[in-house]
Structure formats: structure tokens, C-alpha cells
Write a protein that binds this ligand. Structure first.
Ligand code: SF4
Length: 336
């Protein structure tokens, strides 16, 4: 049974769309949408799992899920203020694969790839090739965590840490469990959204049986993502007792309307997932066409407060390099 489930998500990943012509054909769009992508795919290829594709509208070039994954010519334009490492990851690198920006928690770049390539990605230029691949390569990072008793939480990130096969993920978690002062394991993953069959029995068992308290943080931006197999995977995580939160990015043309955000928050709550953060876009080179002004973000949050219970409204934040936490956006901190 477990073997079957294991091979299911691997097979789903192997059938993902990896070129723009196939993506455009599958959605019955005019071929010029593919021609518009030629420059952009040179630096960041197309990657779209079939499950995510199945939630897009056929024939609609403005579909909000398609917009997140379709390369466009604007990615090649340089814009002042949009840089390669917008969140200063390299300054936070304490050892190969280990980043620390905030007190009491550290982040491991556990995998160098994702199951989907989001065009607005804050790590689309990250030098993943320089990070550890085998478990042994992690030892300097693990030793650094061992030496610092103020660290209580490890965040597995990437790339997407759930692209690690169950056995490798299991061995990494076991190694972390040996570090006495760790109490929590957070996983940042978009796989439950874009490749839902990754949420299999073995993964659930690994997380439930760990000495470390697991916290899952998924990443969905639009209500159309939370349906079918994705909604089932999220329900399974939640009903298995794993606290599950969502972080979204405020994206022009995707979710910059109160209708889209309210519906996203309601669908999340209805499957038991707590809306956590709504991020202002990190100013990464090639993503300027996605940016929404902070003032608009604040207006949207104010509207959400009128429509939704307080627990369903995410916090609007921006990551500011060098700050000791994510920075809440308020009318006093507007940068636009
Ligand atoms: S899942 Fe996250 S890390 Fe991966 S491409 Fe999308 S935004 Fe980037």
C-alpha cells in the first residue's frame, strides 16, 4: 500500500508539464502565448503538475492559476529596485543549506527544486547548486544547530522539502530529533496544493510519530486552488492532527480583489487551514509585473475584516532584509 502511494506522487511529478507549448496546447490557447515566453524560460523553466493544470479554465489566458505559472515577456524587463536576492538570503547563510534570520528558529534549504515553478518566486535566482544534497552534507548545518541551544524550531524549506523521498525526509527528521533543544519542525511546502498525492500515509505517519511538534505551512494564492484532490489533501493533514497554515502572496492579476481573497480565506477555513500571512511581493528581478501597492493591500485587508471572522483574516506582511521578524504592513509603514 505504502509503496503504491509512494510511486503515485512520483508518477504525478513525472507527468508534470515542462514546456510552454504543451501548457498552451493543453489549455487550448492561441500559440502566440507560447511565443511570448521564449526569453523568460531561458532563466526559469516551466513546471506545472497535471493536478494544478486541471484546476485552470480552458481557453482563458487570464486564468489566475495560469498567470502564476505562465512565463511572459515582462520577466525579461529590468526594473529599478528589483534584484536577484531581494530578501538577503545570502547574508543569512550560517552554513551550507542553513539560513538564520530570526531568533529561536532556523531554516534548512532541504531541496533545490519545486513541483511547480511560480513565476513570482522569491528564490527563483537562488544558487541551489551550492547547497547540500546527501544527508552527510548536512552535518555542518546540523552541528551549527546543535551548538546553539536558543534554537527551538527548524523550518524545512527550499525549493520544496516534500520533494525529498520519504526515506530521505525520514532520515533528516530523525537526525533533527536527536538535537535535544529542538521542539518543533515546520515544513514550508506548496506540494499539498500543486501535487496533492504527496500527502500520503507515510508522510502523515512520519510527522505524527515525530518527537518534534510538526507545523505545516502551505502556499495557496487563489480559491480556485482549493478544490478536489487539493482540498482532500488539506483535510487529511488537518484531521491527522497536524496544524496547517497558509501563506499567500498578493499578486496583481491573481488575487488583488476582495472577492478572490475572501473566497480563498473561506475555502481554507472550510478545510481547517488557518490563513496566516498575506505577503507583499518580494522585489525579485523579473517579477515587477506582479506587484500590488501596499496601500491596496491594506484596503483589501480592511475589506476582509468587514466580511470575515477575525480568525479568517491573514496578516499583511513584508519581508524586510535585516529585520528581526516579518514586518506587518500598516498605514504608517507604506513604501509605495
Ligand atoms: S513553491 Fe515556493 S519556492 Fe517553489 S517556485 Fe513556488 S514560490 Fe518558489
Amino acid at each position: 500500500m505504502l509503496e503504491l502511494e509512494h510511486s503515485t506522487w512520483k508518477r504525478s511529478l513525472s507527468t508534470a508539464i515542462r514546456d510552454v507549448e504543451t501548457l498552451v496546447r493543453a489549455l487550448e490557447l492561441p500559440a502566440e502565448w507560447a511565443a511570448n515566453a521564449t526569453e523568460a524560460v531561458k532563466s526559469f523553466p516551466v513546471l506545472v503538475p497535471r493536478s494544478f493544470l486541471a484546476r485552470m479554465r480552458i481557453g482563458d489566458p487570464h486564468d489566475p492559476l495560469l498567470r502564476q505559472v505562465l512565463p511572459v515577456i515582462e520577466e525579461s524587463f529590468s526594473q529599478p529596485g528589483f534584484v536577484v536576492d531581494a530578501v538577503d538570503d545570502q547574508a543569512a547563510r550560517k552554513a551550507p543549506g542553513l539560513l538564520q534570520k530570526y531568533q529561536s528558529r532556523v531554516l534548512l534549504i532541504a531541496a533545490g527544486a519545486c513541483a511547480v515553478n511560480c513565476r513570482y518566486c522569491f528564490r527563483r535566482h537562488y544558487p541551489y547548486g551550492e547547497e547540500p544534497k546527501r544527508l552527510d552534507d548536512w552535518e555542518p548545518a546540523l552541528a551549527a544547530i546543535e551548538r546553539d541551544p536558543t534554537v527551538h524550531e527548524v523550518i524545512l524549506s527550499g525549493g520544496d522539502p516534500l520533494l525529498l523521498p520519504d526515506d530521505r525526509l525520514g532520515r533528516l527528521i530523525e537526525r533533527l530529533e536527536q538535537i535535544e533543544h529542538l521542539t518543533r519542525l515546520r515544513i514550508h511546502s506548496r506540494l499539498p496544493i500543486v501535487l496533492p498525492d504527496r500527502v500520503n500515509a507515510e508522510l502523515i505517519d512520519q510527522l505524527r510519530n515525530s518527537r518534534l511538534q510538526p507545523v505545516m505551512v502551505v502556499h495557496a494564492n487563489h480559491p480556485q486552488e482549493i478544490q478536489g484532490d487539493c482540498a482532500e489533501a488539506l483535510r487529511l493533514l488537518v484531521r491527522s492532527g497536524i496544524p496547517t497554515l497558509n501563506q499567500a502572496v498578493l499578486l496583481r492579476g491573481v488575487n488583488d480583489s476582495v472577492e478572490a481573497l475572501a473566497s480563498l480565506c473561506e475555502r481554507l477555513i472550510d478545510v481547517g487551514v488557518m490563513p496566516y500571512y498575506l505577503h507583499q511581493l518580494d522585489r525579485v528581478a523579473g517579477t515587477a509585473h506582479f506587484e500590488v501597492p501596499e496601500a491596496t493591500g491594506l484596503e483589501l485587508i480592511a475589506e476582509l475584516r468587514k466580511r470575515l471572522p477575525g480568525y479568517a483574516v491573514p496578516q499583511l506582511v513584508r519581508e524586510v532584509a535585516g529585520e528581526l521578524s516579518k514586518t506587518p504592513v500598516s498605514s504608517r509603514s507604506l513604501t509605495d
